[in-house]
Design a protein around this ligand. Structure first.
Ligand SMILES: Nc1ncnc2c1ncn2[C@@H]1O[C@H](COP(=O)(O)OP(=O)(O)O)[C@@H](O)[C@H]1O
Ligand SMILES: [Mg+2]
Length: 298
């Protein structure tokens, strides 16, 4: 069997409430049209996407030692995720993300993700086995910077493909970009990171100079890819969004980065990997919630 792909990221209960109208005013109640209660969090969603694409995901995350944690890990195992490196934190409730969704992508998130359910650098050190044999390590940057940096360092030492999703905070930015092979940012993260929109050619070029060999930046109408080719020149490709009618963009980026990683690992040329990534996000934004369904793309 192939080597695992390790995902370093968030695991949480995901409660999605689809509302008919606006939030009810204080002192009144409103109707929920539809609800989902499921495995969620960016790390878990990326791992689900990897499994659906035929890879072997290994998740490094934190769960509480409560019944919710038991149920989520059972779901993750059913999804084909190796959860042996998930930390069960004693006396801590598993993280919770409530998504309130109104029609056509008007979402709000309410997150209960206290420090105790975030990964620490010590958790990364204790999960050493999860890095030793990994083909790639996906580091999701919405977590404490010490943990993200420790994970990227360990992944680099292990010779894995180092993939970052998000905007590294200033304190670790230079070092973590230098450790990375692939960097992907959504439209907002791209502005934070480069001060430019993702379709500005200078944005991706500036990032490529800082370490990674493949960069994928979102902008409002599409995604721009830039990579170091075999020759001296940098190659670029801009792909429009798919024609999916968007219901909920939640998880679109997580599916995107999972697909990009799988395709690059198996040796697809960057343009093909890019097309699979955009197809994966397109297959995720057309339905409610961040849980991907990429089985049609495997
Ligand atoms: N119609 C579409 N087809 C394909 N991709 C889309 C479409 N609409 C949005 N996307 C992509 O979805 C992604 C959403 O990313 P992001 O905001 O990081 O989501 P999350 O962090 O919840 O996974 C972006 O890369 C965007 O380009
Ligand atoms: Mg994202």
């Amino acid at each position: 069997m192939s080597e695992p792909i390790t995902v370093v990221g968030q695991l949480a209960r995901d409660l999605v409430l689809v509302l008919d109208g606006d939030l009810p005013p204080t002192g009144s109640s409103g109707r929920v049209r539809e609800r989902r209660e499921q495995l969620g969090g960016k790390g878990a969603n990326q791992a689900v996407a990897l499994a659906q694409l035929g890879a072997r995901p290994l998740l490094v995350a934190v769960a509480g030692d409560d019944a919710a944690g038991d149920a989520l890990l059972a779901q993750a195992r059913t999804d084909g995720i190796d959860v042996s490196a998930v930390v069960r934190r004693a006396g801590v409730p598993t993280g919770l993300i409530v998504e309130l969704l109104r029609e056509r992508n008007r979402w709000r998130y309410l997150e209960h993700l206290p420090d105790e359910v975030q990964l620490s650098a010590a958790d990364i050190a204790a999960a050493d086995r999860a890095f030793a044999g990994a083909a790639a390590v996906l580091v999701q940057l919405q977590q404490p910077e010490a943990a993200a940096l420790a994970a990227a360092r360990r992944a680099r030492d292990a010779g894995a493909l180092v993939v970052l999703d998000g905007a590294p905070p200033p304190a670790i930015r230079a070092e973590i970009l230098a450790l990375a092979d692939v960097v992907r940012a959504d439209a907002q993260e791209t502005r934070l990171l480069t001060g430019k929109p993702g379709d500005d050619p200078a944005a991706a070029l500036a990032l490529l100079e800082r370490g990674p060999r493949v960069v994928a930046l979102a902008f409002d109408e599409g995604n721009r890819f830039a990579w170091r080719g075999p020759g001296p020149d940098t190659e670029t490709l801009t792909l429009p969004l798919g024609d999916t009618a968007v219901v909920d963009t939640t998880g679109g980026g997580d599916a995107f980065i999972a697909a990009l990683t799988v395709a690059l690992l198996r040796g697809d040329p960057v343009p093909e990997a890019a097309r699979l990534a955009v197809a994966a996000s397109g297959a995720t934004v057309g339905h409610v919630s961040g849980r991907p369904d990429l089985r049609g793309l495997a």
